[in-house]
Design a protein around this ligand. Structure first.
Ligand SMILES: *Cc1c(COP(=O)(O)O)cnc(C)c1O
Length: 370
């Protein structure tokens, strides 16, 4: 009997995405082993964070790096670093930002649930542009002596009418303003680990519990040495705004093992394997009346990996879209998928373990045959 059975919690096959509420991603053996090793000894946590950070910086071609408890925590720590820096009085004062640089600029189109991580530091969000369009002068006008940073959210919320990131960096750098990129789900491509910082952003933040397949409660911040030093002081174990976002020794070492693996991974082979899975799914599913399956690219977070978009015509298929989704979830093993619109299902190979792509297909065939 597995631990989950004992708890009465049904394990899921995840054909959806690296969603936090489903457990993010699954750690490969080398990550688990690293965490197990780390769990056996006491260490000086500051020293471990330093050494792990140095390795991560080297691996990701960055000046410096820091392990946090997730990209959302990374947003809070990056904000704290931009506002309070390394000044002990300012660090102690947060989230009261009186007398400090207390404004953060964000595209209106980028506003999203994760910006709570920025707001919890007490700063005021200054929105620029409209939901669909932003002009350079809007950013130029928004910058003033109180500006702590500009935060850029890369992914589903990045819009075509936004200022290009290059333009944001150009305007910001000319005025000595920091740019921070939330790149939580922007892997692959692996090059993103250094692309944003090489473009000139001060800090880039990644989730450790998504495609990196590190500990679910881990995140990676890379970028400027002085800001990473400030993040250290604003983070646990120091008594600071970051103290409730404690990073354990196991997470630090686990994330390092995950990044090490990710850098060496054959990303091309992985992508073509996913292409094969999607092509196979589509070929079989298209044989059923009322079912139309096609490759969809890139994925929901804009990553260069394919999914299958399956459209169900309820009049011609054996079940409605919602019935199919429910049957997948109610079966054994339980399978979870994403939906779109009224009639669509997304099947994602990204989070499937070897062989699960066939389990998903077999179950769908069984449901569609009825
Ligand atoms: C997933 C995600 C986060 C949060 O990442 P965690 O590692 O779960 O904290 C933040 N921002 C964006 C854009 C995300 O997609």
């Amino acid at each position: 009997m597995s631990l989950y059975d004992e708890l009465g919690v049904r394990p899921l096959i995840n054909a959806s995405a690296t969603l936090t509420r489903l457990g993010g991603s699954l750690m490969p053996p080398e990550v688990i082993e690293a965490m197990l090793d780390a769990s056996r000894h006491f260490v000086n946590l500051d020293e471990l964070q330093m050494r792990v950070g140095e390795r991560l910086a080297e691996l990701t071609h960055n000046e410096a790096a820091y392990v946090c408890t997730g990209a959302a925590a990374g947003l809070a720590l990056a904000t704290a670093a931009c506002v309070a820096g390394t000044d002990p009085a300012a660090i102690n004062q947060l989230p009261d930002v009186t007398g400090l640089k207390n404004e953060v600029i964000i595209h209106k189109s980028h506003r999203n649930g994760y910006d709570h991580g920025v707001r919890q530091v007490g700063v005021k969000i200054i929105e620029i542009g409209s939901a669909i369009h932003t002009e350079p002068w809007e950013l130029e006008r928004a910058i003033n002596a109180n500006t702590a940073a500009i935060f850029w959210f890369q992914g589903g919320m990045t819009g075509r009418g936004d200022l290009p990131l290059e333009k944001v960096i150009e305007i910001a750098n000319a005025r000595g303003v920091l740019v921070v990129v939330d790149a939580a789900a922007q892997l692959p491509p692996v090059e993103n680990l250094w692309r944003f910082t090489q473009m000139g952003v001060a800090l880039a933040i990644f989730s450790g519990g998504k495609d990196l397949r590190g500990p679910q409660s881990s995140g990676l911040i890379v970028g400027r040495k002085d800001l990473i030093a400030a993040i250290r002081l604003n983070g646990s174990p120091n008594h600071s705004i970051g103290r409730p976002m404690k990073v354990g020794k196991e997470e630090m070492v686990g994330l390092l093992a995950a990044v090490n693996r990710y850098i060496k991974l054959d990303h091309e082979a992985r992508a073509s394997q996913d292409e094969e899975v999607v092509a196979g799914w589509c070929a079989t599913l298209n044989k059923f009346p009322g079912v139309q399956a096609q490759r969809s690219f890139p994925n929901e977070a804009g990553q260069p990996l394919p999914r299958a978009l399956v459209t169900i015509d309820a009049d011609k298929a054996s079940s409605t879209r919602d019935q199919i989704v429910q049957k997948l979830l109610d079966g054994t093993p339980a399978i979870t998928v994403s939906t779109a619109g009224a009639n669509e299902i997304y099947l994602n190979p990204m989070t499937l373990m070897d062989g699960e792509e066939q389990v998903v297909l077999d179950r769908l065939v069984e449901i569609l045959k009825k």
